[in-house]
Design a protein around this ligand. Structure first.
Ligand SMILES: Nc1ncnc2c1ncn2[C@@H]1O[C@H](COP(=O)(O)OP(=O)(O)OP(=O)(O)O)[C@@H](O)[C@H]1O
Length: 346
């Protein structure tokens, strides 16, 4: 399996980009960079994505998400910094090595997926295999398997115009899956879809990942999507990553007022889980039925109605993590999170 590591990555558009990176390192802000004719699209980004992890990059339009993801597979060359895929520096690869890396290790799914109108769905799904030089039998086998995985069983002989928008996006996903790369880069892959279909695709990605264990780097400007899909989320603002954490960490301890504002309207009862509130010091009644660590607070809250006692919480192996008191549930659901700024000011 493949891991991805990003070290002090910068991308500056405009004249003398390397000089502008030096100025940023000496403390220049976005206004100074702008005055010098540059755009600081990505500034000093560092993170590591573990094998099998779904890492979401989240931010408003123009915050640098697409620029960042395009540097991961070498579509854009960084102004400074390194991208390591399986320990190999993408920024130092030849064109040929880059092409091989994209074919063998990282597939990309875009928002507006380009399907070839005159090729069948099966051919479209197998496109990555074809350019890699796969034989016909292998192409048919792997593309069919990928189409089945995304719920398009039996559609291989059709043409793109016979499919709905959601189905076409599934073909895009199937193409990435058929290539059997360990890493999927998904750039606003579901953003153009209707809300219901979008949700279906998210469920499908979660399902697929439970089966296949791919490393997914997923870009979105949709916070609900980020929270549903991400094992961890990187919050970007004006080119910088301002916080990296799980949905719960970001909700409970936003790094600054920008992130706090962003997550303000999130339905905490659906995102926060029993695990975050389980206190090993609290004992639940012996006959209380335990809940799984991932149980959303909403469900815990509903359960309290029947019996207002502490609720025991167990992990996947039925080990006791602690218990959640009704008071902890009320507090988590009603309190405003403190930002890290406020905590350090105090
Ligand atoms: N080729 C380019 N030349 C100059 N500036 C660019 C170029 N590509 C992107 N930018 C600028 O870099 C900044 C980051 O853009 P980027 O597309 O990465 O943001 P984003 O978060 O992906 O936004 P969106 O969701 O709208 O695509 C923006 O200010 C954008 O205008």
């Amino acid at each position: 399996m493949t891991s991805v590591r990003v070290e002090r990555l910068h991308k500056i558009f405009g004249p003398q980009p390397a000089e502008l990176v030096r100025r940023i390192e000496r403390g220049a802000g976005p206004d100074e960079i702008k005055a010098a004719g540059g755009t600081a699209a990505v500034v000093d980004a560092s993170f590591e994505v573990a094998e099998g992890e779904t890492f979401v990059v989240m931010g408003l339009s123009g915050s640098g998400k697409s620029t960042l993801i395009r540097m991961l597979n070498g579509l854009l060359t960084p102004t400074a910094g390194r991208v390591l895929v399986d320990g190999e520096d993408v920024t130092a690869m030849s064109r040929k090595a880059l092409r091989a890396m994209r074919q063998e290790k990282m597939s990309m799914v875009f928002q507006h997926f380009a399907l070839f109108p005159h090729r069948t769905v099966l051919d479209n799904a197998g496109y990555g295999l074809r350019i890699r030089g796969a034989g016909k039998d292998e192409l048919v086998e792997k593309a069919t398997e990928a189409l089945n995985l995304v719920g398009l069983e039996g559609w291989g002989d059709r043409y793109p115009q016979q499919l709905s928008g959601g189905m076409r996006q599934r073909v895009g996903l199937a193409r990435a899956l058929a290539a059997q790369t360990d890493v999927l880069l998904m750039d606003e892959a579901f953003s153009a879809l209707d809300p219901l279909i979008k949700r279906e695709m998210q469920d499908q990605l979660l399902d697929l990942n439970a089966q296949l264990g791919k490393t997914v780097i997923f870009i979105t400007h949709d916070l609900d999507e980020a929270m549903r899909l991400g094992d961890r989320i990187a919050m970007m603002r004006a080119g910088r990553i301002v916080q990296i954490g799980t949905a719960e960490e970001i909700l409970r301890e936003p790094a600054d007022s920008y992130v706090a504002e962003f997550v303000h309207d999130v339905d905490r009862s659906r995102v926060l889980t029993a695990a975050a509130l389980a206190d090993p010091q609290v004992t639940a009644p012996a006959d209380a039925e335990p809940v799984a660590a991932g149980t959303p607070l909403r469900e815990l809250f509903l359960r309290l109605g029947a019996r207002p006692d502490p609720v025991p919480v167990v992990d996947g192996r039925q080990r006791l993590l602690g218990a959640v008191t009704p008071a902890a549930i009320f507090e988590a659901l009603s309190s405003e999170p403190e930002t890290a700024e406020e905590v350090s000011d105090a």
